[in-house]
Ligand binder design. Structure first.
Ligand SMILES: [Zn+2]
Length: 633
């Protein structure tokens, strides 16, 4: 079906696009002062009497030009009819959205007009159905992609060559807006990433009984890092770069269909980075905001220079510190951190901050509404003040209590936010903290609800840093709530936010609330730590499945013949203290590290800490008809 056939089909009944729509004209002529085309595909009126401009598209190729054309019509309509922005609505309707989504979202975000995207489906008998296309969250202007390259160099010579090669590669690929931050440790350091890889290789070698070359455990050290980050491109811009390599382009075309937009951009960014030519380096790894922050915090590395290109070079108002803060992800782009000082009177800054805060707290609806509401209150009550906003929203689900309990500076892993009003003296503080809500599920119930009952499923999330999009629900289920508090600094009065209003409260502190949660939920936290900690080594989590391993060891047929049951089993695993009533397997056996001592353990503890199965070593039991049936050992 051609574009004009599609137009005629829809023109028969425009109300398929939105009820109440009346067609005014097909191919409405617009005297156009600005450019070439001067017909709107369909021109309609909505229920409220707005001008509705409908642009129809049929293919990906045509879709790319669509937005450019819409800009022109809109200007034409404004002049021709003397219409105001708020009297015009734009519908972009297409059967293909792959190429269109990003530029459409950019347009919808930038314009003050009401813009609607519609995906058109036409079936064999020309029946039309329509679904609305969501607008992707777009940043305003500059946006450093949160996917970076880390190039390591052993000496200054290597660094010089490396920097020149980074520039040459960008030029070859047509990447113009980027930064290279040269980092230098006070004395040469090794890469932690390389150390972890090396450690797990050595572990595999040892397990396989392979001999390891002497000296293989010595890690190379490096004197410089060239840390690369670029302004995020649109999907079609990334694709244009990938055209350099037919196979990369083909692969992208094949895999992109199944990805959501954010995933697709990350994939495209990584493909562009992997494309030849690649920069010279002595060691390469992937970077991301948390890793970059780690280099800078604790004085691991100093910033030698921030090399700026394209928009980053032209924008002289942008400081190196601004750039570093954005590469750290403090603009909220990664959904984890946001940090900014704002002047309340500057409405543009406040508007930009609201957008970034909403993005940072996208997965945390409670805090999103609390913080945005706090900004409204501040604008009303302190119109001249400066405010400092700092948000940490790691969204790590079950790993949040785990990291707090097992890390040296554990409290740093707790989500929190602060909004401090300086008027000009510090006068008010809003802050957020997790508070115990007294209704926690057990660990097994959490696994059942979110990870198909599987510990390995939970541990897999650590491969991408533990980020969990269902964090808000999981947090409620492990017995905590995202709560907000207000502190009037001069009066020393506290308020807590409940049922949509501020109520006077007793003095309350972030650390006190954390302690209260961990006291009330000590048992759950114990099980979480008991289950996960044995699976962690140097920050790497072993996500093998205990149940799968035990399924392979259990012999139910023999077990049913022998009919041996475990009498009087304990209620909890002796090691991690999880309730055994929730487990599929239980092992009565020797513990590796306990000098021959025996324990009744859950399957997970057996896999990481049991000695094995067999006479005098351990017996495996399967839950069967409300009793423990011996199935191996
Ligand atoms: Zn256990």
């Amino acid at each position: 079906m051609s574009e004009s056939e599609l137009r005629d089909l829809i023109a028969r009944d425009v109300s398929v696009l939105e009820s109440g729509l009346t067609l005014l004209n097909k191919e409405q002529y617009i005297p156009n002062l600005l450019g070439t085309r001067s017909y709107i595909d369909l021109y309609a009126r909505d229920r409220d009497g707005h001008h509705v401009l409908i642009e129809l598209k049929r293919s990906n190729a045509a879709a790319r030009d669509a937005i450019h054309e819409i800009h022109k019509y809109v200007e034409g309509v404004k002049q021709h009819f003397g219409a105001r922005d708020d009297e015009i609505r734009v519908f972009v309707a297409s059967t293909e959205w792959k190429e269109l989504t990003v530029s459409f979202s950019r347009f919808a975000t930038d314009t003050a007009m009401s813009v609607t995207g519609l995906q058109i489906h036409v079936d064999e008998v020309d029946d039309i159905s329509v679904t609305r296309v969501p607008v992707l969250p777009m940043s305003q202007g500059r946006f450093i992609a949160p996917w970076h390259d880390v190039n390591w160099y052993s000496d200054e010579d290597g660094l010089k060559k490396g920097l020149a090669s980074i520039d040459a590669c960008c030029q070859a690929k047509g990447i113009v807006d980027y930064i290279v931050i040269v980092l230098r440790p006070p004395k040469p350091i090794h890469s932690e990433h390389q150390a972890k890889m090396r450690a797990s290789l050595m572990q595999i070698a040892t397990m396989q009984g392979l001999s390891v070359r002497p000296g293989a455990e010595v890690l190379p050290t490096y004197g410089y890092i060239a840390y690369f980050a670029m302004h995020a491109l649109s999907a079609s811009q990334y694709m244009a770069i990938l055209k350099r390599d037919a196979s990369a382009l083909e692969e992208a075309d094949n895999v992109l269909g199944g990805m959501d937009d954010e995933e697709a951009l990350q994939y495209l960014n990584e493909s562009v980075s992997a494309l030849e030519p690649r920069p010279d380096n002595d060691h390469y790894e992937i970077g991301y905001p948390a890793k970059f922050s780690k280099y800078l915090d604790g004085d691991q590395c100093n910033v030698e220079v921030v090399r700026r290109y394209g928009m980053f070079e032209r924008n002289t108002l942008l400081t190196d510190d601004d750039i570093i803060s954005e590469v750290r992800g403090e603009d909220g782009a990664t959904g984890q951190r946001f940090k900014r000082t704002l002047n309340v009177a500057n409405r543009a800054h406040m508007a930009a901050a609201r957008t970034d805060i909403a993005r940072c707290l996208d997965q945390n609806p409670a805090w999103k509404s609390h913080v945005l509401r706090a900004l409204e209150d501040i604008e009303r009550e302190f119109p001249e003040a400066d405010i400092k906003v700092s948000i940490f929203n790691p969204a790590t689900g079950i790993f949040t209590p785990y990291l707090v309990a097992t890390r040296e500076e554990g409290l740093l892993f707790l989500p929190t936010y602060h909004v401090i009003v300086h008027n000009p003296e510090p006068s008010r503080m809003y802050f957020g903290a997790l508070q115990a809500n007294g209704s926690a599920l057990t660990f097994k119930q959490l696994l059942n609800k979110y990870y198909d009952g599987r510990l390995d499923g939970l541990l897999m999330t650590m491969t991408w840093g533990g980020y969990e999009s269902r964090d808000a629900d999981i947090v409620e289920d492990f017995g905590a709530s995202y709560r907000s508090f207000r502190f009037e600094i001069k009066e020393r009065k506290f308020f807590s936010f409940r049922d949509d209003r501020w109520r006077s409260a007793d003095e309350v502190h972030f650390i006190g609330l954390a302690n209260e949660y961990f006291e009330k939920n000590a048992k759950l936290v114990n099980v979480i730590v008991g289950k996960i900690a044995p699976r962690e080594s140097n920050g790497i989590f072993d996500s093998s499945s205990a149940e799968l391993i035990l399924d392979g060891m259990a012999d139910l047929t023999r077990g049913l013949q022998e009919q041996q049951f475990f009498g009087n089993p304990p209620e909890e695993c002796d090691i991690c203290s999880c309730p055994l009533s929730e487990e599929k397997y239980m092992v009565d056996g020797a513990v590796q590290s306990a000098g021959g001592a025996w324990a009744c353990m859950c399957g997970d503890c057996f896999v990481t800490q049991g000695k094995g199965l067999g006479l005098g070593v351990g017996q495996l039991y399967l839950r069967h008809a409300d009793a423990w049936l011996k199935v191996a050992g």
